[in-house]
Design a protein around this ligand. Sequence first.
Ligand code: SF4
Length: 234
Amino acid sequence: MPEKKQKKSDTQDSLQEYDIPDNRHNFDRIWALLKKEYPDAKPSLNYSNPLELLVATILSAQSTDVQINRVTEKLFKKYRTVEDYAEADFRELENDIYSTGFYKNKAKNIKDAARLIVEHYNGRVPETMAELVTLPGVGRKTANIVLARAFGVVEGIAVDTHVKRVSRRLGFTKNSDPEKIEQDLISLALKEDLDSISMTLIYHGRKICQARKPKCEICIVKELCPSRVMFIGK
Ligand code: SF4
């Protein structure tokens, strides 16, 4: 089966050449507005244990939660333990997750991660950032999600393509590297808000601050956003 072509990154938007002013001083006001706008911002991946969340999160790269939930509904009935993934027939696993895109890489990462969990972590999904990021296909973004949702440990902020784009447009960071963006956001936010920042920015990015055509006219934070000038003028 042919691997799906990677979409052009939606962070490669027209703001690349635009020097967005530092707007960190407005973080608190913007965050208050966004928090009020998206009070129910929650992840929509379905899972019932840490292993399922780990697999769903690895699968979710470059895909939608709706699509992942469709796939995992069958997947989680077929693969119930970490050994099931570790011992899975590679081609069969590829086939089972084909519609999520990048299925070859994802199948390899899931199988290799499962093997490592069996061999080094007594068959249990590890509960620390340092251990989680040793698993294939698991970076800080996935680890932050698993730690917070599966174990209630909030260590950082999961930075995906929406968080990256919206944070940059709002002038909270000039960085492109997700780990640096995460640190920039952590330096601005209160500890109790760390858990909700990611999903709130994701909601705003999906609904309003979209990659190609942000809906600045109806954006709740447009008066405080330095990038609206680029899209709709003053
Ligand atoms: S004003 Fe436009 S660019 Fe700024 S956050 Fe809102 S939608 Fe995004």
